[in-house]
Write a protein that binds this ligand. Structure first.
Ligand SMILES: [Fe+2]
Length: 383
C-alpha cells in the first residue's frame, strides 16, 4: 500500500474555515430552498481530531443494526407498483427506478428499496427533489448515520457530507495523472467497527461531459473465483484502514497512522444472505495470519478480479438531480475525474453504518441462490 505523506496540517486544530470558492448555481438553489444557513460560509469544516485514540473512541462500542432490507417483503410490490418504470442497467448490477420521489417513500417502500439495493448493489433515481435534511432522514432510517470527524459537511446538518471536487482540489493538488482519492476503486468507511451499509449520494450539479461513476459487484467478484480458491479465502480476516491518518499520542514523532480494524475478507449480506468478496485496493491492507508477500499476492489477485471483469460492473452517466444509493457491503466504486475540474460537480452524501461484517460458510452465492449457475458449472462441495 502507498504510505501516506506527512501532513503537518493535521496538527492544526483550526477554526472552521469559511471557503470562498463559488457554489454552483444548482447547488445554491437547492440549499437555499432547503433553508440551509449559508451565512457562516459553506461548507462547515469540523476541527480536525488530533490523535489516533480520539478517533478510535468514536463509535467504538458495538450496537445492534436492524437491517431494513432484511425485514422487507421479497416481492417489493409496494415499491414496484408505485414506480412508472424499473430498469435493470446490466445483468449483474444496477437498477434505475422512475416515477418515484425518495422523499415521499413509505416505510414499507423504504424497506423494499433497501432489499433492492442489497440485491442489485446500486439503485438510481433521476430528477429527485430532495433536500439535505430529507436525505439525512432517509439515511437515519437505514442505520446509524456516519458523522465524519473532519470532512466538509452541510452547515447545521452533521452527517450530510459535501462531495465537491473543486473544494477538495484546493486542499490537495490533482491532475490527469494524479486524479485524487475517489478516483481509485474503493468502498466507503471500511475501517469502522460497523462499516458502511447504504450510501446515498445526491448530485445536484454534474459535468455535461464525463464524471461517470463506476461500481462493481462483490457478489459477482466472489463468483468469478474457482470453488477451490474460494475455500482459501472463506473465513479469512483482513485489516481494513481509514482514508485519513492521525497522530499516535504515545509516539507522535513516528508520523500519522491510519485507523485499522479487522473484518472478514468474504462477508454475507444480512438481507440477501449471499456471499460477497469484501476487499478494495485502497483500504484493504493485509490478510491476517499471512506473511506480507503472501498477503500481497492474494490481495492483488482479488483486486484484479474485482476491478478487471467488465461484465460485473456498471458505468453510470449522471444527470443533475440524480440520487444513487449503493451498498458498500457488496460493491466497490470509482469516481471518474475525466472532466478534469473543467466543470463544477457538487453533491451531498449520507452514509448509514450497518452491521459488524460476518461470514457464514453455509451461505450461497448470488447465482446459486437465484438459480443462475451455468450448466456444468462446478458447485462447491456441500452446497
Ligand atoms: Fe466513495
Amino acid at each position: 500500500m502507498p504510505s501516506a505523506p506527512i501532513d503537518n496540517s493535521i496538527v492544526d486544530v483550526a477554526e472552521p474555515r469559511k471557503d470562498t470558492i463559488g457554489l454552483p448555481e444548482p447547488a445554491l438553489a437547492r440549499l437555499t430552498k432547503a433553508g440551509v444557513d449559508l451565512s457562516n460560509g459553506y461548507p462547515y469544516r469540523p476541527s480536525r481530531p488530533l490523535y489516533l485514540d480520539d478517533v478510535y473512541r468514536i463509535r467504538s462500542k458495538e450496537w445492534k443494526h436492524d437491517d431494513a432490507g432484511a425485514r422487507a417483503h421479497k416481492s417489493k410490490s409496494a415499491l414496484f407498483s408505485a414506480a412508472t418504470k424499473v430498469t435493470d442497467l446490466t445483468t449483474h448490477i444496477g437498477t434505475e427506478i422512475e416515477g418515484l420521489q425518495l422523499k415521499d417513500l413509505t416505510d414499507q417502500q423504504k424497506d423494499e428499496l433497501a432489499l433492492l439495493i442489497a440485491e442489485r448493489s446500486v439503485v438510481f433515481f433521476r430528477n429527485q427533489d430532495i433536500s439535505p435534511q430529507q436525505q439525512l432522514a432517509l439515511g437515519r432510517y437505514y442505520g446509524e448515520v456516519e458523522v465524519h470527524p473532519q470532512v466538509a459537511q452541510v452547515p447545521g446538518h452533521p452527517g450530510v457530507t459535501v462531495i465537491w471536487p473543486d473544494l477538495q482540489a484546493t486542499e490537495r493538488s490533482v491532475s490527469f495523472r494524479q486524479p485524487g482519492g475517489a478516483s481509485r476503486w474503493h468502498s466507503d468507511l471500511v475501517h469502522e467497527l460497523q462499516p458502511a451499509g447504504i450510501t446515498h449520494l445526491h448530485n445536484d450539479t454534474v459535468p455535461p461531459v464525463g464524471g461517470d461513476t463506476l461500481w462493481a459487484s462483490g457478489y459477482s467478484a466472489y463468483e468469478k473465483l474457482s470453488p477451490d480458491f474460494r475455500k482459501i479465502i472463506d473465513g479469512k480476516l483482513a485489516v481494513y484502514r481509514s482514508a485519513h491518518p492521525y497522530l499516535d499520542r504515545s509516539n507522535p514523532d513516528c508520523g500519522p497512522k491510519h485507523i485499522e480494524r479487522v473484518h472478514p475478507l468474504v462477508r454475507v449480506h444480512p438481507a440477501t444472505g449471499w456471499k460477497a468478496l469484501w476487499v478494495n485496493r485502497t483500504f484493504t491492507d493485509r490478510i491476517v495470519g499471512l506473511d506480507r508477500g503472501e498477503s500481497d499476492a492474494i490481495l492483488n489477485y482479488l483486486f484484479g478480479v474485482y476491478e478487471g471483469n467488465v461484465d460485473i460492473q456498471l458505468r453510470f452517466k449522471w444527470t443533475p438531480g440524480t440520487s444513487a444509493l449503493w451498498d458498500n457491503r457488496v460493491t466497490i466504486h470509482n469516481a471518474n475525474w475525466d472532466y478534469g475540474g473543467k466543470y463544477p460537480r457538487h453533491g451531498t452524501r449520507v452514509t448509514s453504518l450497518a452491521e459488524k461484517p460476518y461470514f457464514d460458510d453455509a451461505a450461497p452465492t448470488r447465482r446459486q441462490a437465484l438459480g443462475l449457475l451455468d450448466e456444468g458449472e462446478l458447485i462447491p462441495d456441500g452446497q
